[in-house]
Design a binder for this molecule. Structure first.
Ligand SMILES: Nc1ncnc2c1ncn2[C@@H]1O[C@H](COP(=O)(O)OP(=O)(O)OP(=O)(O)O)[C@@H](O)[C@H]1O
Length: 320
């Protein structure tokens, strides 16, 4: 079976720009996966989705969806994928139900089948009760759900979701995540972009981290956090003694067995230690080092490493 999505050495340079928006990107998405492209604003995620969905012309490189070259055969490719953009592109002159039916008509579905599919999908996405109102009455979360329902009308093999939950309230986000998992369980491959590390970690089977149009790392969320940043983190709120400073405290703390690295967090004296042992076993040794240097420890917090830590590790910058 061919890959669901394959991108090889993809480059996109927009006119009058002096850097590449996408700069030699390569990755493969397996059938049935939820694949997340994670990166800050401007990293090139939407441009990559734009090329794969035939809306952006690549400068060079190859892109295939369900084995079809999207440049050579865009019409065949469009039958096999669906895309939900960042901004609503619902037809405001049609009702929600009509939006779905119209989309299926465009894809050549006979009337009875498109009406039946619309009813089923409206129900699945929790919109059956408000299927015949004005689209304008929909909240952001409902519009987002309707766009996914519409995308599913022509039974795509691959669904592209560009920032699917940006701006949604927590409840709508969770509903959306559940619906996307349902799609995966039915064999639909999902490629989503996000700058939200929680969303990437929660949703994706594998995550590609992109920055400045380049792929920096690609693995399962667990593999990424394990590989780069150890087992966990220990956050310490510390006031150094007179004559001492945070950098020196970090140097002393990284001598403790099990501490792989430390860095200042913010500018109020907080220190984050990346640890390779269980974080709680290192609280005692870390506090001993700090008190031996007459530093004052006001708070200790244990946590697991996140994709944010991975991004900081790779780029030296925070994700947002
Ligand atoms: N139509 C365009 N013309 C010129 N430059 C563009 C165009 N679209 C995007 N860019 C630039 O390309 C780069 C990548 O943008 P892109 O939208 O792909 O990033 P992104 O990771 O999706 O970010 P966001 O989450 O903000 O959408 C940015 O520097 C952006 O300014």
């Amino acid at each position: 079976m061919s890959a669901a999505v394959e991108v090889r050495d993809l480059v996109k340079r927009y006119p009058k720009r002096d850097v590449n928006a996408v700069d030699g990107l390569s990755f493969t998405v397996e059938p049935g996966e939820i694949f997340g492209l994670l990166g800050p604003n401007g990293a090139g995620k939407s441009t990559t989705i734009g090329v794969l969905t035939t809306r952006v012309r690549a400068t060079s490189g190859d892109a295939t969806v369900a084995g079809i070259d999207v440049v050579r055969d865009p019409v065949a490719a469009r039958r096999l994928f669906a895309v939900v953009p960042q901004q609503s592109n619902l037809d405001r002159s049609l009702t929600p139900r009509q939006n779905l039916a119209f989309h299926a008509a465009y894809h050549g579905y006979p009337r009875a089948e498109r009406n039946a599919r619309a009813a089923t999908l409206l129900d699945e996405f929790g919109l059956a009760e408000q299927a015949d109102v004005k689209v304008d009455w929909y909240s952001g979360g409902m519009a987002q759900r309707l766009m996914i329902a519409r995308a599913m009308m022509h039974e795509p093999r691959v669904l592209f979701l560009d920032e699917p939950t940006t701006g949604l309230d927590p409840q709508s986000r969770i509903f959306m995540w559940e619906r996307v998992r349902d799609l995966r369980s039915r064999g639909v491959t999902v490629v989503l972009t996000t700058h939200d590390m929680d969303e990437a970690a929660e949703m994706s089977d594998r995550v590609g981290i992109v920055d400045h149009g380049k792929l920096l790392a690609l693995d399962t969320p667990a593999g990424l956090t394990r590989g780069v940043a150890g087992q966990g983190v220990l956050d310490l709120s510390v006031t150094p003694a007179a004559g001492d400073d945070t950098d020196k405290l970090i140097a002393a703390l990284t001598d403790v067995a099990g501490v792989s690295r430390g860095e200042p967090v913010g500018n109020n004296g907080s220190i984050r230690l990346y640890v390779t042992a269980e974080p709680e076993t290192l609280i005692g040794p870390a506090v001993t080092v700090l008190t031996s240097r007459s530093a004052t420890v006001t708070d200790v917090h244990m946590g697991s490493t996140t994709l944010e830590d991975v991004f900081i590790d790779l780029t030296g910058r925070a994700l947002r």
